[in-house]
Write a protein that binds this ligand. Sequence first.
Ligand code: LLP
Length: 439
Amino acid sequence: MNVQLQPAQVNGAGHLTIGGVDTLKLAEQYGTPLMVYDVNQIVNQVENFKRVFEERGVDYVVSYASKAFAIKAIYQLLKPLGAHVHADVVSAGEMYTALSAGFPAERLTFHGNNKSYQELSMAVEHHLGTIVIDNFHEIELLDEVLNEQNATTDVMLRITPGIAAHTHQYTATGQVDSKFGFDLDSGQADKALQEVLTNPRMKMRGVHVHIGSQIFELNGFQLAARKLMGVIAHWANDYGYQAEIINVGGGFGIRYVSADHPLKPEEFVAAIIDTVKEEAQQLGLKLPAIWIEPGRSIVGPAGYTLYTVGSRKDIPNLRSYVSVDGGMGDNIRPALYQAEYETVLANDPQAPVAEHVRLAGKYCESGDILAQYAALPKTKPGDVLAMLDTGAYGYTMASNYNRNPRPAVVFVKDGQSQLVVKRETVEDLARLDQSYRLG
Ligand code: LLP
C-alpha cells in the first residue's frame, strides 16, 4: 500500500516537499543523511495542546519533553509560544542547551531518577522552575544543595502509579516494578511528602506520573489521572496538604505506519482533563492545574530523515537488501524497539510499490536494519529516500558507532530552509582524543 501524504507535499516536479521545500534540493544543499523538521507542524501541535486546555478553562502547562529532540533551535522555537509552554530537561546537557538557547529557566522542569549533586546545583543556581523529586536520596542531595546555596526551590514528587501501560517494555514506566518514582502502596510517597513538607527550603507544588511512551490506549491515562486525584485527596485529608498541580506526563502515541490508529494527541489530553474535572468534583477538591509533558507527539511527525541509496544485494529466492548512507547511528529505534517507519522515494513519493526490500544501514552490524519490509518502487544508487515521522528520539539517541558523524539538522518553514545543527565532521569525532604517550 502506498504511503498517505498530504497533496501539498508533492510539488510540480512530482518531488516530496517538506515545509514547501523540495527534498531533493535539501539533499543536494546539505547532503545526506539529513534530518529535516517542518517547523509549522511543531508549532501547530503545541497550539493544539494549548487550545484543548483553554477551551476547557483549566490552568495548565504544556511542558515539551526535551529528550525527544534537544537542540538549541527547538527551545528557541518554543520560547515565543507563551508562558504556558515549558520544557522538561533530564541532564546537565539538556539544561545547558535550553539555557544557552535563551529558554527561560522558570519554564524548565528538571526530571531524572539519578540526578547528581552537580546537576542539582546547576538547577538551583539557575533557578529552574521546578525539580521533580524521584527518590529519597535526591531529597537529601537537594537539601544539601539548597543549604549550600542558601536557596529555595519549587518541587513536585514523582510517584509510580502501578499502571502497566501497553507499550514496549523499555518504554513502560508506570508499573510498580520501575526504577522511577516513589511507590504508593508501601507508603513511600507519603513519607516523601512529609519530608518535603517539613523542609523549609522546598516548596511542594504537586504530584507527577509518567506511565510510558507511544501509548495508544486512553484508559491508562484516565487511570493515572484518577490515581493522582486520589493521592491528592488522601494528602489533603491526612496531611492537610492540597496539591496545586497534577502532572500527567507524556506518552501520547503517534502514527508511524498504516497499522497505527492513534487518537489525535489533543484528544488524549481532552479525556485526561475531563477525568480530572470529574474526580475533582466527586472528591470535593479544588481543580488543580494540569501539566502535560509530550515529547514524541510534538516533534515525531514533524521530522523526516533523508538518505541516499547506495549498494544493493539480491539474494535469489530470498530477499533484497537496499543500503542507505545512514542507519542505526542516526536512528537506533528499529534495532532497539523493533520500531517501524514508512519510507518514500523523494523524487516520486507516490510511485507504485514495486518490491519489498530490507532497508539496511551502513553500520557494521547485522541488526542495522532500518526497515524489515520497506514497500518501495525500484530504486537505484543515488536515489534519495525520505523516512517519515523520525523526529522524536532519532537525533537525540544518535551515536557515533563506527566513527560515523551524526547528520546535519535543517528546519524548514514556508518554502525556506535553515541549517540548525551542522553535520559532524571526522575531525569532530577525534576532537576529544588525546595522543598516547606512555611509550
Ligand atoms: N515525561 C517523562 C517523565 C518521560 O520520561 C518521557 C519520556 C516523556 C515525558 C515524554 O514521552 P513522549 O511524549 O515522548 O512519549 N526512547 C524511547 C522513548 C523513551 C521515552 C522516555 N520518557 C523511544 O524512542 O521510543
